[in-house]
Design a protein around this ligand. Structure first.
Ligand SMILES: [Zn+2]
Length: 135
């Protein structure tokens, strides 16, 4: 893949994750929004930290060329507490993304399906002792 398309992929991933964190923060930390009287793009301190961290991970991800999205990445490079948080964000925001960002969300679903299909195909081909991490 060319450097340019990797760049685009990185940016798309950062945008998607950023959107998901905003949706999550808006839904779960509303008291903070109210207390601070913030604008639409407000993120609480905790979510801001997660958002920055996620962007940094996307920026440094060595698998950008081959992987689809961070959530499909085999070597999940998030540190444990951030991993926990981002999972929560994905769980919450995933289904809601359809309303907020239909194009991005649909793209994400397609990419995940592709990744799963590919996984399945290679598993059937190889019949190797793949360790199934159940999470
Ligand atoms: Zn928040």
């Amino acid at each position: 893949m060319e450097a340019d398309s990797i760049r685009k992929k990185r940016d798309a991933e950062k945008e998607l994750v950023g959107c998901m964190i905003r949706v999550y923060c808006h839904g779960n930390h509303k008291e903070l929004w109210k207390a601070e009287g913030k604008r639409k793009d407000y993120l609480c301190t905790e979510c801001k930290e997660l958002s920055d961290y996620a962007a940094m991970r996307s920026e440094k991800c060595p698998h950008m060329e081959t992987k689809t999205f961070c959530s499909c990445c085999k070597t999940h490079c998030y540190k444990p507490d951030m991993k926990q948080k981002i999972k929560e964000v994905m769980r919450y925001s995933g289904p809601r993304m359809l309303f907020h960002h239909p194009v991005l969300a649909v793209k994400h679903v397609i990419e995940e399906k592709k990744a799963k299909a590919k996984d399945k195909a290679s598993a059937e081909r190889g019949k190797t002792e793949r360790v199934k991490s159940k999470d």
